[in-house]
Design a protein around this ligand. Structure first.
Ligand SMILES: [Zn+2]
Length: 147
């Protein structure tokens, strides 16, 4: 897909399902320091949905974002072809730089929407490769026989 092509949107019922899943995931946020809950729902091309919430830590830099929690669950299940992601929070925020690099590794074509905890208004979709046009990439080595 060319960056200037119109990004195909997602079926409204699937998109609403992702928003609801992300909003539900935000209820599990571990956010004693910021009190800022974030939820994420990642839809894979197989049709599976993996969710994540932000997990804070007293050592702030150890904190992990909802997007990477959701993506890590998909990776754990070896479900690596990603279609769409919805991220919700009390005020609309964009995916952070660390998460952009993390997600781009697996899915430069990932469509991302951002929205709110308390309604179904969304902004997007935006392609991950558009969010991080100069992502760091390395040549991938051939898979080992064990993988
Ligand atoms: Zn992040």
């Amino acid at each position: 897909m060319n960056l200037h092509d119109e990004i195909p949107t997602l079926d409204a019922s699937k998109l609403n399902g992702l928003v609801a899943a992300a909003q539900n995931a935000a209820l599990s946020a571990y956010n004693p320091y910021s009190k800022f809950a974030v939820g994420c729902a990642l839809l894979t091309k197989k049709g599976n949905i993996y969710c994540g919430c932000n997990i804070e830590n007293a050592s702030y830099s150890v904190t992990i974002c909802a997007e990477r929690v959701a993506a890590s669950q998909a990776i754990l299940h070896r479900d690596l072809e990603w279609d769409s992601m919805v991220v919700v929070s009390p005020e609309r925020v964009s995916v952070c730089g660390i998460c952009r690099q993390f997600l781009h590794e697996f899915a430069p074509q990932l469509r991302v929407w951002s929205g709110y905890l308390d309604n179904f208004q969304l902004v997007g979709p935006t392609l991950m490769q558009e969010m991080l046009p100069a992502a760091m990439t390395l040549a991938r080595k051939p898979a080992s026989p064990q993988s």
